[in-house]
Design a protein around this ligand. Structure first.
Ligand SMILES: [Zn+2]
Length: 478
């Protein structure tokens, strides 16, 4: 199983990079193979289309001189093929591969959600009838003169050569080995330095770096931290999406809870630990077309950003918006701030979570999303949530209501033992006849085996309609 208390070597290195990097450049781990001929594409949560059925990203703007886009030119990606004296110019051989990778990046942004959304791409020719013509229009070859292959040597040289337009974000695919796949965060405007340099040509890595260009950070999960033999802090890692495990996952922010929420464009997500106040939602980035509901995709969600991530309020706030408890003495707050290297940060993704304190020995206690999202009778729904507690048991519940607000029936999952890690749990049920809305709850069942005081942390809630717009998919837990 992916995730679930395991980390891949890649994920672990990413976590370490996240720990060390506080500036705007996010350095992701180098792939073991470099250059143009790497072809291993991520296949989760489902296989990508083959080349023959892969839609073209297309050209959103055309400038015959890619270093001088027209003044009125809209924001767009400029794809650069970079070669140097040591590699020679292999453009003719590799240009179609470069274009396919960008097509796949566009596909993954569209396919990650049930929203229609695409990357805007700049081309240098309107002659795009054949795939090769289209690829040549999209991908600009540039010789890199410096023998240094680090991020800033390449970025500075490109800026000096005129690739510094504020309406351009540069995706640089190198023919030569570059020591890391890196990108600068440019969430609002492009221009000088707004580039990603990628030696590993696959949509997992390139999509990951393009996501950084859009202002997305690593949504790393800081539970179970420990110091390794070198004294470096390490974190348990999960693989929920392309921002953590780009070798396996192409999907971007499954669950709309860390970087990307096309369903609620006013939503913003913290990109770093509290007390950082920097927030972003890549779905409103000028490089992307406005999201339009609804088409097929890997994911959908019926909750609001606040209901998913408890992002809107400061750690320590009592009774955060959107949640209610039942059972005497049960209390909720935005989880108070914790130190990363101390006992626990207590946030699944180091941002916000909900702290639920109750005494279930004396009777059942629960915390619910106050609002009841609308449902369609007969559709299959899946409720996801990440939970942690030092001990105790919990269960997930869906209560179905008719259009008049009368409770029709209750679907209650089996009880399970809580762990001190952020396991993701899910429960799936079918909306009964006449159901119009559902209330989702995390229940602490009554019983003498429960701790006297159960302190449970709740995060990354999601309610998916498995029957709609899903490519027949209701994603597994991650
Ligand atoms: Zn990264």
């Amino acid at each position: 199983m992916l995730g679930k208390g395991r980390w891949s070597g890649r994920g672990r290195r990413l976590g370490l990079a996240s720990l060390l990097v506080t500036a705007l450049v996010m350095v992701s781990s180098g792939q073991p193979v470099h250059a143009a001929n790497l072809g291993s594409e991520p296949t989760l949560p489902y296989a990508q289309p083959n080349n023959a059925s892969l839609p073209r990203a297309g050209c959103d703007t055309t400038a015959t001189d890619p270093t001088s886009p027209p003044a009125s030119s809209p924001a767009a990606v400029q794809v650069i093929y970079a070669w140097n004296n040591s590699t020679g110019n292999q453009y003719a051989t590799n240009v179609e591969h470069a274009a396919r990778v960008m097509d796949r990046v566009d596909w993954l942004f569209d396919q990650a959600s049930n929203y229609d959304q695409h990357v805007k791409v700049s081309c240098r020719s309107t002659t795009t009838s054949t795939y090769n013509q289209y690829a040549q229009a999209m991908v600009t070859p540039v010789k890199i003169d410096t023998t240094n292959t680090d991020f800033w040597s390449i970025a500075n040289e490109l800026s000096a050569k005129g690739y510094d337009d504020s309406n351009r974000w540069y995706v640089v695919l190198t023919e030569f080995p570059a020591p890391s796949n890196s990108a600068y965060w440019c969430p609002t405007t492009g221009g000088s330095g707004c580039i990603s340099v990628v030696e590993a040509w696959d949509s997992g890595v390139v999509g990951h770096e393009v996501s950084h260009l859009l202002g997305a950070g690593h949504a790393y999960m800081g539970e179970h931290v420990w110091q390794d033999s070198n004294g470096n802090w390490q974190a348990e890692q999960y693989c929920p999406d392309i921002m953590m495990c780009f070798g396996d996952w192409w999907a971007f922010d499954l669950g709309y809870r860390q970087n990307y929420d096309p369903s609620e464009t006013s939503a913003r997500f913290h990109v770093d630990n509290y007390p950082s106040t920097t927030t972003n939602n890549a779905a409103v980035h000028p490089l992307l077309t406005p999201p339009v509901c609804c088409d097929v995709g890997a994911n959908n969600d019926l909750l609001t950003a606040q209901e998913r991530t408890i992002e809107a309020q400061t750690p320590g706030t009592s009774n955060p918006t959107g949640f209610t408890t039942s059972g005497s003495g049960a209390a909720i707050s935005v989880t108070p701030q914790g130190s990363y290297a101390g006992v626990s940060a207590r946030y699944f993704d180091n941002r916000r979570s909900l702290q639920f304190v109750s005494s279930p020995q004396s009777g059942e206690k629960s915390v619910s999303v106050s609002r009841r999202p609308s449902v369609t009778a007969g559709h299959n729904y899946k409720f996801f949530v990440r939970l942690r507690a030092d001990s105790g048991t919990a269960a997930l519940r869906m209560r179905w209501y008719n259009s008049g607000g009368t409770l029709l029936s209750t679907s209650l999952g089996s009880s399970f033992g809580l762990t001190s890690n952020w396991w993701e749990w899910s429960y799936e049920a079918v909306a009964p006849s006449n159901a119009a809305s559902v209330q989702i709850s995390v229940v602490a069942p009554a019983g003498g085996s429960q701790p006297a005081t159960l302190t449970m942390h709740v995060d990354t809630l999601q309610l998916t309609d498995c029957s709609a717009n899903q490519n027949s998919l209701c994603r597994p837990t991650t």
